[in-house]
Design a protein around this ligand. Structure first.
Ligand code: BEZ
Ligand code: FE
Length: 286
């Protein structure tokens, strides 16, 4: 049959991909067609509305380059990135939970020695010391684990959003007992980029663009799955309404204010400063 109607069209399109040689591609395409047609059938767009949707996708693509990824931002703000993360990393009884990667990770950040600072001298913000360990689910220290760490500045922007060069990111290698410590600034809440179509979508749907303050981590150790996560600042006003749905209770930490000068001297910082301690637990590689 060559002529279709609203009822028969979907099956006909699905039939056209029935010979897809790759079974996974066939499965994904079949589901995509079914859901896309279902969406159109449910929302019954006018031609103008359908073109507005096409324009949104066109503008999203045009906004992408090697520094800006508006499609990831769309996926993040629609909760799809977290859904993919739930499916792929899941929840492991004894292990640290994962969360979104976000668009501001940069490969090849500078190596920072234990006790060193990921903040360049003169960086604005409240000094903080981050200490902790990396362990296996059985409690074994993962000596030599690597931690890629990055965060936004006190002004709410990442270094890659400004012309200032590398700052507030670094690669740290835990010691033989899996312990690490480094210096940075207390993370603050900031808006996801709003100057593109995703920003317009947030505004049109009455949403704010804010993320609660957080410090990003990617942690790797041989024989273990890579952990992509954050530590969120306790008390942040956006913890319950993160624009990208990334908050998990177990990742909220207290950046404690320390007034002791003796403690400050230990870390070669000035009092008062802030300190947070967290033990990361990795799951074994599959
Ligand atoms: C971030 O945390 O860096 C981020 C995550 C998702 C979207 C935008 C920013
Ligand atoms: Fe971030």
């Amino acid at each position: 049959m060559r002529e279709f109607n609203e009822q028969t069209l979907t099956d006909a399109v699905i039939q056209r991909v029935a010979n897809t040689p790759d079974p996974r591609l066939k499965e994904v395409m079949t589901s995509l067609i079914r859901h896309l047609h279902g969406f159109v059938r449910e929302t019954r767009p006018t031609w103008d509305e359908w073109m507005a949707g096409i324009q949104f996708l066109t503008q999203t693509g045009k906004m992408c380059d090697d520094k800006r990824q508006e499609f990831i931002l769309a996926s993040d703000t629609l909760g799809v990135s977290m859904l993919v993360d739930f499916i792929n990393y899941g929840k492991h009884a004894k292990a640290t939970e994962s969360t979104v990667m976000g668009p501001f990770f940069v490969e090849g950040a500078p190596d920072v020695p234990l006790g060193g600072s990921i903040a360049r001298p003169g960086t604005a913000g409240r000094t903080c010391i981050v200490t902790g360990s990396v362990k296996s689910a059985e409690g074994r220290a993962l000596g030599g684990a690597t931690l890629d760490v990055w965060e936004g500045g006190d002004d709410g922007f990442y270094d890659v959003q400004k012309p200032e060069g590398t700052n507030l990111r670094g690669r740290i290698r835990a010691d033989g007992e899996g312990k690490f410590w480094f210096r940075s600034i207390v993370p603050v809440s900031y808006p996801v980029p709003t100057d593109g179509p995703v920003g317009k979508m947030l505004e049109a749907t009455g949403r704010h663009p804010m993320r609660p303050g957080h410090l990003h981590f990617i942690i790797d150790a041989p024989g273990h799955r890579r952990l992509v996560t954050h530590l969120f600042t306790k008390g942040d006003r956006y913890l319950d309404s993160d624009a990208v749905f990334g908050v998990k209770e177990s990742l909220i930490v207290d950046f404690k204010k320390i007034d002791s000068r003796a403690e400050a001297e230990k870390y070669r910082v000035e009092a008062p400063f802030y300190k947070v301690d967290y033990d990361f637990v990795l799951v074994p590689a599959r």
